[in-house]
Design a protein around this ligand. Structure first.
Ligand code: E4P
Length: 214
């Protein structure tokens, strides 16, 4: 499964890229605004640091304007993926952009039926927001499971990009369900490798090694 970082902070992209584990990136208007920097500047830097796809979201809400904004975003770097919301207008923009050869990530997906519509419109990626569903006592992973089944039933090639990931268990469950990608904040990305028994085991091995040398 591919692992993406969901952030607007260059320092976080640099650290994640240095691990060799990073496959791509997602951003959204909230994350870019939080960085306090011009969007194009942030996106250009992210695209240089991250060799894989980098999702950049449109702000327009009408299909023609979204498509035009998407084409402009695509000029920033070759690895930009245009992110559009899962609305009728977003789906129309998705169809226009993908038919022109631009990769599109349809975001803000909360049901398997919504995901199917995105796939029918040729989306390259669709992003179910599992954490936000869990937050309202719905089961985010159930949606991922249904999406996997529907995409497999009909041979949709749209990749399932699990978003709004809050912890490593989300990543594990997404992988078990056969999702293609999980995108997560840096804190979660860091936690994927951590286990206290790994740290304790290593400390014990090194201590025993030192003792044995005497
Ligand atoms: C992904 O593309 C989204 O930007 C992100 O995962 C949203 O996560 P949140 O629900 O934690 O804001």
């Amino acid at each position: 499964m591919k692992l993406y970082l969901d952030s607007g902070e260059i320092a976080e992209f640099r650290k994640a890229a240095a691990t060799g584990l990073l496959d791509g990136a997602t951003t959204n208007p909230s994350l870019i605004a939080k960085s306090g920097r011009p969007a194009r500047e942030v996106l250009r830097e992210v695209c240089e640091l991250v060799r894989g796809p980098v999702s950049a979201e449109v702000i327009a809400t009408e299909a023609t304007a979204m498509a035009s904004e998407g084409r402009t975003l695509r000029q920033i770097a070759e690895n930009i993926v245009v992110k559009v919301p899962l609305t009728h207008e977003g789906l129309k923009a998705c169809k226009t952009l993908t038919s022109e050869g631009h990769p599109v990530n349809v975001t803000l997906c909360f049901t398997a039926v919504q995901a199917m519509l995105a796939a029918k419109m040729g989306a390259t990626y669709v992003s179910p927001f599992v954490g936000r569903l869990d937050d309202r006592s719905e089961d985010g992973m159930e949606v991922v499971s249904e999406m996997r089944q529907i995409f497999d039933n009909y041979g949709f090639e749209t990749e399932i990009l699990v978003a709004s990931v809050r912890h490593p268990i989300h990543v594990k469950r997404a992988a078990l369900l056969g999702a293609d990608i999980a995108t997560m904040p840096y804190a979660t990305f860091e936690k994927l490798v951590e286990h206290p028994l790994t740290d304790k085991g290593l400390a014990d091995f090194l201590k025993d090694w030192e003792k044995g040398k005497k």
